[in-house]
Design a binder for this molecule. Sequence first.
Ligand code: GAL
Length: 845
Amino acid sequence: MGRWWPAALLGCAVAVVAVLAAAVVECAVTYDKKAVLIDGQRRILFSGSIHYPRSTPDMWEGLIQKAKDGGLDVIQTYVFWNGHEPTPGNYYFEERYDLVRFVKTVQKAGLFVHLRIGPYICGEWNFGGFPVWLKYVPGISFRTDNEPFKTAMQGFTEKIVGMMKSENLFASQGGPIILSQIENEYGPEGKEFGAAGQAYINWAAKMAVGLDTGVPWVMCKEEDAPDPVINACNGFYCDAFSPNKPYKPTMWTEAWSGWFTEFGGTIRQRPVEDLAFAVARFVQKGGSFINYYMYHGGTNFGRTAGGPFITTSYDYDAPIDEYGLIREPKHSHLKELHRAVKLCEQALVSVDPTITTLGTMQEAHVFRSPSGCAAFLANYNSNSHAKVVFNNEQYSLPPWSISILPDCKNVVFNSATVGVQTSQMQMWGDGATSMMWERYDEEVDSLAAAPLLTTTGLLEQLNVTRDSSDYLWYITSVDISPSENFLQGGGKPPSLSVQSAGHALHVFVNGQLQGSSYGTREDRRIKYNGNVNLRAGTNKIALLSVACGLPNVGVHYETWNTGVGGPVVLHGLNEGSRDLTWQTWSYQVGLKGEQMNLNSVEGSGSVEWMQGSLIAQKQQPLAWYKAYFETPSGDEPLALDMGSMGKGQVWINGQSIGRYWTAYADGDCKGCSYTGTFRAPKCQAGCGQPTQRWYHVPRSWLQPSRNLLVVLEELGGGDSSKIALAKRSVSSVCADVSEDHPNIKKWQIESYGEREHRRAKVHLRCAHGQSISAIRFASFGTPVGTCGNFQQGGCHSASSHAVLEKRCIGLQRCVVAISPDNFGGDPCPSVTKRVAVEAVCSPAA
Ligand code: GAL
């Protein structure tokens, strides 16, 4: 029993609200060393992160339903301060930021909420969730014992808690919120701050607990979380974690389902076998709360991506993909894990496990309680299968895997044995390439005619833009004498070196782009050095500094600089070098097209656009493109193929789809095994391809026809005629199931006949609105290979293809039991056989 929560709060009390005369079920949420208790019951809870602004409100219900179908109990989200309070005291809770609607949507689905208020949230979100204005509060210092910061943090936390309370959203009021979070991963940071860090975290805990939500608070990665706040683990594995007090439950707030991507980097994937292994390992150790970060990653629309260089896609290789489609086998294999663990729930929450050794790298974790016995058999060896004996029975454990036995006898799940289907996704065009494009060139020549400000020397970018735009122009002029050697046909052309704190830099001289340079997420700084075309007389040097998402993590990142810090030096003149750093510089925030709102329907009418063939004639950087398109039919998710363009931003009907950049992924895609300790760079994909080619276009942002598409291209040289809309859908589904697959499920035993349930089965399922149109491969025997390149093995039943065709063609889903009877006999008795199938999914007729 959680000694920090009043006994009176235990259990659910039914209160009759006099005014409405309606019964409201008020749930106390408490905790003890075994678990979080809801209605007085210890629970094993599976949770998944879905961040509301990373999808559109019309997607929420579907996403949450898919999470529920996947066996989740809880939806976890951060709260996004900079989205909610764009200027001090002016709040925004509409559209994608409609937090109350999101929480109520979860409630409607019958799930709980873990609300991570932060307000520091990291999350690869711009500025870690802090509004940029916060940096300019006098005397502020982020995330430490600093009065201005604490006042602001308390103000926002109170605002959110107050809002949730007034809508009765805490479980103590009958709502779905069972847990909250204050701060985020402060532990490592706090250590750097010493006593001030300790004072701050104590204050934060006290402040949060004082808000009296009636539900526990959590701090992740904070070993010093003061009572009654629960400290929780984040990571790829958390089985080594124990809470800081023996009376707190073992919670995992971020089980990383994959990883985020950076422009120029590869896609980071995490095999589900390893994720399931990690979760089972945590549960067998006594863990009782697991949150997948992310369960649906979604999209960093607009300029919300953190950084620098976090991609617009925040897909995360999550069980639900960026577009809201189920990713298989991740979703279903985890679902089976959840069902298996839930079958053990009573035993897991009642007793501590007894651990016995079954071999050099094998163990049994046994939970023997009066209500039953559950066992987890683990093989930590990453190279070989293990045969173990447990309770006088033999079990075979694949490498790096855990088998779950809810009755200490029958294996209902093995983390490395994936019996569910794999889906392959495709992006297919819809003829939108026939868009009629028009172009408007940003006027670089007239820059500095009316500068925002003029001063001596170089200014820090954020101090000038306050992040109202990614772009800041630094403009100066240099006088060049006609007697310069390089103008007389002698010597090398002059060059310009520019040092910038990041993130990207385009160098213009007399309106012409001379070159560009980019930092990286690891090192944001830029050292540009390139030849420049100078003429006799006055030359205008215009440096366009581009921010690509503000930092979201790092000690006092609010003090980190962005933009041209200098020195800026001209080399190769007769005098040698000329330092321009301390000249007079003029500043212009944003591009002209931004100021004219060219991205909106109204604003785009305010300039003359170049039409038709003229567009292709002259390629120029900083060009705006616009076109109209019709909404593609159907309900598949949509994406824009930007693979033909360079770098910039894109809008549809005035809504920002995000930043795009056709940066090619540099990495190591040699393939990977699920076995062995996982790290983010272990399983990479997409080497040599654009890190992000497709950009999610939410259907709810479209009107039936004449949708305005506006593209701002920084680099020039792109081909707008190749920009196209694509539909995303499942192209094929595969299954590869062994006849001794452990899907002899106890929950099936209860509902099916003995004979039927004892057979392993192949389940194939195309997406909603699709049906199976062809069987590309089928083999009952000993097939080899993986989805997309299966081949027959030494044993093969000749009827395999015909059987699958007969059972599946024309259907959205089909099930075929793996038995010789179904395939006209046994092609190789005494050999363990499998069925491997690849089925093509097409729009249903
Ligand atoms: C965690 C952090 C999350 C997110 C994650 C990486 O450390 O708490 O907010 O940034 O890393 O995706």
